[in-house]
Ligand binder design. Sequence first.
Ligand SMILES: Nc1ncnc2c1ncn2[C@@H]1O[C@H](COP(=O)(O)OP(=O)(O)OP(=O)(O)O)[C@@H](O)[C@H]1O
Length: 259
Amino acid sequence: MKIDPYIDFQSVTKSFQGSNNRDDGAASLQAIEKFSIQVSRGEFVVILGPSGCGKSTILNLLAGFDRPSSGKVLCSGQQISGPSHERGVVFQEDTLFPWLTVRQNILFGPRCRNSQQLPNMDETLGLIGLQGFENSFPRELSGGMKQRVALARVLVNEPEVLLMDEPFGALDAQTREEVQDLLATVHARLKPTIVFITHDVEEAVYLADRVLVLSERPGRLIADIPIQLDRPRSQSDREAMIFTQLKAGLRRLLRNNDK
Ligand SMILES: Nc1ncnc2c1ncn2[C@@H]1O[C@H](COP(=O)(O)OP(=O)(O)OP(=O)(O)O)[C@@H](O)[C@H]1O
């Protein structure tokens, strides 16, 4: 299959300088090495890999928060040169402004950009399932609700790309399933390209079109596994034999990786 590379990592190496980041005292640390991947427009790609293998580094390069030491990172044929509201980022930790209401948090980005057309708040709150909480402050929301607002805050910028760094990692199991379904709905409706990091193999299989498995640091691609499960997926799909087999295969890859 020919991939139209909407996101294109071309032999990307990222090293960090500094004498404190290696046990052996070496001055530089390679987070990823000659890393190449292509992602098509609208694809939902999940990155799995051992702790410290460079997953967040990859996301930071895509977000434009950082630059490669060598190689190129392209989005839509253009080399990424800095952050853009077209590539929205959702982190694991709570990044809402505590002194602003849900509505004000969501409108913060469009207002900063002096957007001519502010988003329809009813529609936005409906999409994330938070009708009636427009005037609540973050301290009045549960963890799952805060992550819904964090997602809405990015979605109102109509991003082409959603970059998600373990966004549901701090949530309890049930809430996590609910927001996974919400994200799948958002993907089906708006079709952003999604690059999503997780440690959770089950979450990876449930959400992804493709799972990319990375080696230990320096992170290299060791497997690119298509998840050919029909969409929309439902919670009961987790019990299907194919789902269990996909999880087992990914776990094996991660285990062998550790050796
Ligand atoms: N700004 C930085 N300066 C120095 N070293 C860094 C920096 N950012 C990341 N690193 C190092 O690069 C390596 C990869 O880090 P990264 O955060 O990308 O890994 P990760 O796979 O996301 O880890 P985790 O799964 O534990 O979140 C780590 O060894 C980390 O210490």
